[in-house]
Design a protein around this ligand. Structure first.
Ligand SMILES: NC(=O)c1ccc[n+]([C@@H]2O[C@H](COP(=O)([O-])OP(=O)(O)OC[C@H]3O[C@@H](n4cnc5c(N)ncnc54)[C@H](O)[C@@H]3O)[C@@H](O)[C@H]2O)c1
Ligand SMILES: [Zn+2]
Length: 376
């Protein structure tokens, strides 16, 4: 390990999963890859925006035994057709049962690449290199892989923990503002459920966050000049990773405490699915931000959460340029989307409702009428 790397080791489903955090962590990739040589599934944005990386990877590859497949990143790649394409390529490469897939990219690429690794020959080795903020603190940690199907988010998937997750904030230099905002939504969620000091620190940095990411800060699709040096990202990323790692190590298969990570996600997933494919899609982070803001409002209304906490959360989301409300889907559509939610058990959807910072109720009930009061 280089001097400034830090390793968090967790056991997931009886398997060790090592999360390496630090500058140039990704250069330590080779330590996690046993023979035979791995295959690389690389997000096109990384290949395009950080070509030196791709070149470094490929220079270490034996083209006869390894290989790199560059795939378009983003949500539209989390589908059966993409998976079929990957399987075809793995067959061409002849990836054996003891082979390894390395995924390098955003959460969507990692979800589909991880699912390919989970299912190819009933499961081959899997190592991930997250390259967006959201992927670093959330998607890459905890072993969930999957794709969207039947018009529903993450409907088909598998638990398949990566043996190594290389978290290197250097990749974030090219991340567009929209990607930062999405990651910040999950960082705020992590702070709310598991690290109130991180919440305080984010809040204290509100003016800088607003200048970098708030409304009017610049084009959503542009990289954010000077962002890496402006705030203590490595520290914040490590703390958000720690929150997620602590939750998933206690409850890998999502029987109980892991459901806390779904704060804002029950409504968020419904809104994300509803707006997908429309002229105004909601990204995962935007949908989760609205989902969180709405459950905070509901919890305050019920007297279960202090108003001040909800106001602080709302303010922080707003400082990060995240939406806190949107139009409501038609009621039958909202019912359909919510009833398909995988957190539904015993015939009901279990909502994660906040009680304050660091405290959530994992088994709440929310009626459609409650939601409609807080959607436009
Ligand atoms: N498996 C899990 O536990 C889990 C948890 C949370 C989220 N997710 C999933 O993660 C996905 C969202 O991930 P995301 O926010 O990373 O979005 P994403 O993967 O869709 O990536 C967003 C865009 O950023 C590009 N990109 C990737 N790295 C980049 C870089 N360094 N610089 C510039 N552009 C880059 C991608 O090509 C893509 O166009 C969703 O599908 C969500 O369901 C999974
Ligand atoms: Zn999420």
């Amino acid at each position: 390990m280089n001097d400034t790397s830090r390793v968090i080791e967790i056991m997931l489903g009886g398997q060790p999963s090592r999360i390496v955090l630090g500058p140039l962590a990704a250069l330590e990739l080779s330590r996690f890859i046993p023979q035979p040589p791995p295959v690389y599934l690389v997000d096109e944005a990384v290949a395009r925006l950080q070509p030196a990386w791709l070149a470094a990877l490929q220079s270490g590859c034996d083209p006869d035994r390894s290989g790199t497949l560059v795939l378009a990143g983003g949500e539209s790649g989390k589908q059966l057709e993409r998976l079929a394409h990957i399987y075809g390529w793995l067959a061409e490469r002849g990836l054996p049962r003891d082979g390894t897939v390395v995924g390098i990219g955003g959460g969507a690429l990692l979800d589909v690449a991880g699912f390919a690794a989970a299912t190819w020959q009933r499961g081959v080795g899997w190592v991930s290199v997250p390259t967006t903020l959201l992927a670093m603190i959330d998607a890459a940690i905890g072993g969930k892989t999957g794709i969207n199907a039947a018009g529903l988010k993450n409907q088909v998937g598998a638990f398949h923990p990566a043996s190594g997750v290389m978290v290197d904030c250097g990749f974030l230099v090219s991340l567009p503002r929209t990607g930062w905002r999405d990651g910040l939504a999950e960082m705020i969620k992590a702070a709310v459920i598991g690290d109130t000091l991180l919440f305080d620190d984010l809040e204290a940095a509100g003016p800088q966050l607003r200048a970098l990411f708030g409304a009017g800060s610049g084009d959503a699709g542009d990289a954010v000049p000077g962002v890496l040096g402006a705030l203590p990202w490595r520290d914040w990323v490590a703390r958000a990773v720690t929150v997620k790692a602590d939750v998933v190590r206690r409850d890998f298969l999502e029987q109980g405490p892991r459901r806390a990570l779904n704060l804002g996600h029950t409504l968020g997933h419904a809104l994300e699915s509803w707006r997908a494919g429309t002229p105004e899609p909601l990204s995962h982070g935007q949908a989760v931000a609205i989902g969180m803001a709405v459950v905070f409002r509901i919890a305050v209304e019920r007297g279960q959460c202090p108003l001040l906490v909800a106001v602080r959360v709302n303010e922080l989301l707003d400082a990060c340029g995240l939406p806190t409300r949107c139009a409501a889907p038609p009621v039958p559509e909202l019912e359909r989307l919510l009833s398909a939610d995988k957190k539904r058990r015993d015939g009901r959807v279990r909502w994660v409702l906040p009680r304050g910072l660091g405290q959530v109720d994992l088994d709440g009930d929310v009626a459609i009428a409650d939601l409609l009061r807080w959607l436009d």
